[in-house]
Design a protein around this ligand. Structure first.
Ligand SMILES: [Zn+2]
Length: 268
């Protein structure tokens, strides 16, 4: 199994759309791994995770083809993960495909938004719920509860195939105890974890900073959920976190954590 990080930036990307800060300015001048589109990922070229407004440019930038998708999995309904106006381009008259290629799996908020915008949406839409697994082809998928929006079942995703297993954890603060307990039954080859706030301590508890990432990873290693062979990669970086890619590399190196970047391909 492989996962490609299509985008590793938070809500308004890096450089921030109108970002007037050190990280955005550094990214504008230096480019490279500091240019981050909105967070999304693609498993084995077939499972798209989230549909941010940058989806078209991400596919084109990495020579990928949306017709290969068999599913789009949504983590939650925030605008940087659900560009509801963009998904119309799968439909006639934009696409001439008779067979509409992908199934949408999403929580009730996301499904509601899609159904409100497209009352005659022709593809399968499957409502997902934290801690209730489902199968999609050869993949076994288990959503687990994130800490992000009070009145929405925001989900992190366990994806399993051929004995390999990853946990994709974007848009979450420190998980509720229920999630930590639930994860004790698992061991992961890869954890992709968000690091929105970088060096900054935010008053909002729905994201992680560097300290929060270290806290979560330390606990997962202690519980054997991550072992010495498990890779840990970060995503969903915000420019307000005051951390450039080189800063993240420096801080995370001694902890065996790799800062993610747009286009990063991880084989497990
Ligand atoms: Zn987000």
């Amino acid at each position: 199994m492989n996962i490609r990080l299509l985008g590793t930036g938070a809500a308004d990307g890096i450089p921030g759309f109108f970002g007037n800060d050190m990280v955005s300015d550094y990214a504008r001048h230096h480019g490279g791994k500091d240019i981050r589109g909105r967070t999304a990922a693609l498993v084995d070229d077939v499972l798209q995770i989230d549909f941010p407004p940058d989806t078209l440019s991400q596919l084109n930038r990495f020579s990928l083809d949306a017709r290969d998708w068999s599913a789009v999995l949504f983590t939650h309904s925030d605008d940087d993960h659900l560009a509801v106006d963009e998904i119309q381009y799968a439909l006639f008259p934009f696409s001439e495909l008779e067979y509409l290629p992908y199934t949408i799996y999403a929580n009730p908020n996301v499904c509601g938004e899609i159904q409100a915008r497209y009352p005659h949406w022709p593809m399968d839409i499957v409502v997902t719920e934290s801690f209730h697994s489902f199968a999609h082809g050869d993949y076994q998928i288990m959503p687990v509860k994130a800490t992000h929006i009070e009145d929405e079942d925001c989900q992190n995703l366990i994806i399993e195939k051929d004995g390999k297993r990853l946990l994709y954890a974007t848009d979450t603060g420190i998980w509720p105890e229920q999630t930590f307990e639930f994860l004790k039954a698992y061991r992961f080859d890869l954890l992709v974890i968000e690091c929105t706030d970088g060096f900054v301590q935010s008053t909002y508890n729905g994201h992680l900073n560097i300290e929060g990432v270290l806290q979560v990873v330390t606990r997962l290693r202690h519980d054997g959920i991550l072992d010495t062979k498990s890779r840990v990669v970060t995503t969903h970086h915000g420019h307000h976190g005051n951390a450039r890619h080189c800063d993240l590399e420096r801080v995370f190196a001694e902890h065996g954590i790799e800062p993610g970047y747009d286009g990063m391909l991880i084989e497990i």
